[in-house]
Design a protein around this ligand. Structure first.
Ligand code: BG6
Length: 496
């Protein structure tokens, strides 16, 4: 008789993963911790192999000593145990070489499994400008076969042209079905729940359009500052780092039509339709529809923090935005007349990511002296720090007479006993191993998103104005409040 454990073991695919850029920030913070947890929970088979590739350090011993403790420190405390970690870390082999050196890569190929059916994954945790050259090298070194997959981290390029070029270059070596463009927001539990909420219940869909919904807010607020990523971030800024990918993906999942099937092509197709329907913000309209900000010194969670221009590695005259608000419209039948407000920033007062669906007011106000208590219904889908869905309703307070007050239906989506929520990278890495591309971005989506944000970036770069200052620990510059107020709405900022 086979036990449940044996049959789980049989279902686990075996793979070889080569992490290129295996000593970098992403590998340390996200990839190795996620792979460790997957191994700990036996989600990946014992025969799977992980190889790390980087130019420095030169020896495996230095790799183990220098990178190991750092990667271990990013494993969630309650998931960490030293002995399993040591076993995991010893199991990773390290190869000091350049991934654009054909001979060196051919040498690496010699130690990979030669069975063409074994899943082989190249995870490119490198600068996106290297994706094309590394793909060509992999091909020239004979390392690409039908079971090979390549994983690309965002941002894919820094504008439409560079994104196209990367997609062309990688596409010359790999089929689209072999390319996994990661946007880790798509791997978050509540983002998946958004689809369950919309398409697993019949009551929301009829109320999911501009007839019922006044506006939508998508906020991703971070308390973090630069955390050693200054050189990357200063060339990027909030739009390239967060909006072009994470926020637009959230917008797509909120606004898309129900897909016919829960599979990659259907979902990607629906998301792409939303991106194509986004009304372009012409350069002349950028001023009225956007605000960009940059944080100054302030306090976050009671601790004094420096301003962006004082961060190590940031030029003192940098005009990179660390905050932005964009007002957008989706020009289609469902959403005509319902604005979407996107907002994201570093060093804000709270870490919170939420999608707010603000319903319209009732058409006729019935409650005479209570009418000013009437508030529109609001659905708050919180992605982090906790995961919840909250619906506000008007209800009568107990007692004589009619006194109205706001009440909440509150659904906490945290783990229940015996359940474990996968972190975004755990889920996405597992999907790569299993060959499921549903939660990854198609090249068309990436390019369409660049097409939409590009005029905004161009206008900002060429205008004489600079980002507005805001104090670290605040909700952004006053102009961001003015932008939504002038539209007759206000930001939802009820963080508990
Ligand atoms: C990354 C950005 O993609 O997402 C970072 O490059 C940002 O700047 C991070 O901090 C936010 O991710 P999360 O999962 O912490 O919301």
């Amino acid at each position: 008789m086979t036990s449940a454990r044996d049959s789980k073991a049989k279902r686990r695919p075996s793979f070889e993963m080569v992490v290129i850029g295996g000593t970098g920030d992403l590998a340390q913070r996200k990839l190795f911790p996620a792979l460790f947890i997957l191994k700990k929970y036996q989600e990946i088979s014992e025969e799977s192999r992980i190889l790390a590739v980087a130019r420095h350090p030169e020896t495996e011993e230095d790799f183990r000593d220098e990178i190991g403790p750092k990667a271990a420190s990013y494993v969630e405390k309650d998931e960490f145990d030293q002995a399993p970690w040591d076993e995991f870390w010893q199991g990773i082999s390290y190869h000091a070489l350049s991934a654009t050196d054909q001979e060196a890569m051919r040498g690496l190929g010699a130690i990979l499994d030669q069975n063409p059916e074994r899943v082989r994954i190249f995870y490119l945790a490198t600068a996106p400008s290297l994706y094309g050259e590394i793909s060509r090298t992999l091909h020239a070194a004979g390392l690409v076969h039908a079971s090979t997959r390549i994983v690309l981290e965002k941002p894919i390029g820094r504008d439409l042209d560079s994104a196209r070029e990367i997609n062309e270059q990688v596409g010359a070596v790999f089929e689209e079905s072999q390319i996994y463009r990661i946007d880790h927001y798509l791997g978050k539990e509540t983002v998946q729940n958004l689809m369950a909420l919309r398409f697993g219940n019949s009551m929301f869909e009829p109320l999911w359009d501009s007839r019922s919904i006044d506006h939508v807010q998508i906020t991703v607020a971070e308390t973090l500052g630069m955390e050693g990523r200054a050189s990357y971030y200063d060339h990027s800024g909030a739009v390239r780092d967060m909006v072009q990918n994470h926020l637009l993906q959230l917008l797509c999942l909120t606004a898309m039509e129900p897909p016919a099937l829960l599979e990659q092509d259907s979902i990607r197709h629906e998301k792409l339709k939303v991106l194509k329907a986004l009304r372009p913000i012409a350069r002349a309209d950028v001023r009225d529809n956007t605000v960009r900000g940059q944080y100054q010194a302030g306090a976050v969670a009671g601790k004094a923090v420096c301003g962006y221009l004082e961060e190590p590695g940031i030029p003192s005259d940098s005009e990179t935005e660390t905050f932005c608000v964009l007002r957008c419209h989706i020009d289609n039948w469902r959403w005509a007349g319902t604005p979407f407000f996107l907002r994201t920033g570093k060093r804000m007062g709270h870490r919170v990511s939420e999608i707010i669906i603000e319903y319209k007011e009732v058409p006729h106000k019935l409650f005479l002296d209570q009418n000013d208590q009437l508030e529109a219904n609001r659905l708050v889908i919180r992605l982090q720090p906790d995961e919840s869905i909250k619906l506000s309703l008007m209800a009568k307070a107990p007692g004589s007479g009619v006194r109205l007050r706001r009440e909440f239906l509150n659904l906490n989506l945290r783990d229940r006993p015996g359940e474990r929520t996968l972190l975004a990278y755990e889920r996405l890495l597992l999907d790569v191993v299993k060959g499921s591309t549903t939660l990854f971005m198609h090249r068309d989506e990436v390019e369409e998103a660049w097409r939409w944000v590009e005029p905004i970036l161009d206008e900002w770069e060429s205008s004489n104005s600079r980002p507005r200052f805001y104090s670290a620990g605040s909700w952004g510059p006053p102009e961001s409040i003015a932008l939504i107020l002038k539209n007759g709405r206000s930001w939802y900022e009820h963080v508990v």
